[in-house]
Design a protein around this ligand. Structure first.
Ligand SMILES: *Cc1c(COP(=O)(O)O)cnc(C)c1O
Length: 362
């Protein structure tokens, strides 16, 4: 039987060949006689995996030499605290851009650690657009300017690296839900971070890519496992890493390279998103309220014109082999997440289901 297409927002679908590899290798990994989760993270086989993982990530993203790659725990939300702790020092301030749920949460958390200035917000527009970077009011003396590259819940995405007048403050961005979905100019950022469970494997790993020049700015009370400089010195093993998540990430990166790399991913993701938005826009039966230029390629929320049909939609979608479509509890309706692991044929099936459901129920 064919597996259903899984549009879950996160933890999300993992490429099928990666799942097969995991199953095959789980009992005896790399000829070691033990599973990857049953051995020391300081043993030669695992250190070799770690080296290959970092090498692949550097190659795929073109990470400059003077950036460190940290593989941490705690999720992106730990970074909501780690970023101000590491970059704003004692009594520092930072500027934040508010484009939706994840930005707001990052702002609330940062307020516990530094002075926060909201440089721009699209709240008045109900988070349907992105405030133009030329108009961001970055506070003088900001340690950094933070934004969320893709709002996973609202479905709003930056399609270019913003170039605000930031007075030299580095950009820091949460790429949890769109990392590896297209090429990225890492060199334009001070810090890029992303949880792995959307586009890089499973939960338990957060990748933090940080400009070396920013490693000496931490607040003195920053815990060791959260402090970038300490983790950089320890090759991300200041404490025991989530070895399984590293292992899966290594397989996912290998799969992306075998598929042709990030330019290929980007082209596919563009086509997938275009196909689904076209289906949603084709009728008033479905609605996505986001300004077209800011629509996310990764997360497509949509409402049914008749709310009473939500349950029927989800039930019938499941029967048609389409799962994970229930919208975030704060938004309602539906959300289809189109990460790298979702094949174009899966989006085609979803688009066909949309018009079929409307024909029967509209
Ligand atoms: C999923 C997500 C998070 C939360 O990640 P956790 O693993 O729960 O910490 C943060 N930011 C964005 C943009 C996300 O998509």
């Amino acid at each position: 039987m064919e597996r259903p297409v899984n549009f879950s927002a996160g933890p999300a679908a993992v490429p099928e060949p990666v799942l097969h590899r995991i199953r095959e290798e789980l009992g005896d990994w790399d000829g070691t006689g033990a599973s990857v989760v049953e051995q020391s993270h300081r043993g030669a086989p695992f250190l070799d995996l770690a080296a290959r993982l970092e090498e692949r990530l550097r190659r795929l993203l073109g990470i400059p030499r003077d950036y460190r790659v940290l593989l941490l725990q705690g999720g992106a939300q730990m970074q909501f605290a780690a970023v101000p702790l590491n970059l704003a020092g004692e009594g520092g301030s930072a500027s934040y851009v508010d484009t939706g749920s994840w930005s707001s949460r990052a702002i609330d958390e940062a307020r516990r650690f530094c002075r926060v200035r909201v440089a721009a917000s699209s709240e008045e527009d109900k988070y349907r657009s992105i405030p133009s970077p030329e108009k961001w009011k970055v506070a003088p003396g900001s340690a950094y300017v933070h934004f969320v590259a893709n709002e996973t819940i609202g479905g709003v995405e930056f399609h270019e690296v913003p170039a605000p007048d930031a007075g030299g403050a580095p950009l820091v961005a949460d790429f949890s839900s769109n990392i590896l979905s297209r090429p990225l100019e890492v060199g334009r950022f001070g810090v890029v971070y992303a949880g792995a469970q959307k586009n890089m494997g499973v939960s338990g790993l957060t990748v933090v890519i940080v400009d070396e020049a920013l490693l000496d700015r931490a607040h003195p009370l920053t815990p060791t496992v959260v402090r970038y400089a300490d983790q950089a010195r320890a090759d991300s093993m200041a404490n025991t890493p989530c070895t399984f998540a590293w292992y899966v990430a290594a397989l996912v990166l290998e799969w992306i390279e075998a598929e042709g790399g990030l330019a290929i991913m980007a082209a596919r993701n563009d086509r997938k998103a275009a196909r689904l938005y076209k289906a949603v826009d084709a009728t008033d039966f479905y609605q996505n309220p986001i300004a077209p230029a800011c629509r996310s390629r990764m997360n497509v929320p949509f409402l049914l014109a008749e709310k009473g049909l939500d349950e029927a939609f989800l039930d019938e979608a499941r029967e048609a082999g389409l799962i994970g479509l229930k919208g975030h509890r704060s938004v309602g309706g539906m959300r289809a997440s189109l990460y790298n692991a979702i094949p174009e044929s899966g989006v085609e099936r979803l688009a066909a289901f949309l018009s079929d459901f409307e024909r029967r129920r509209g």
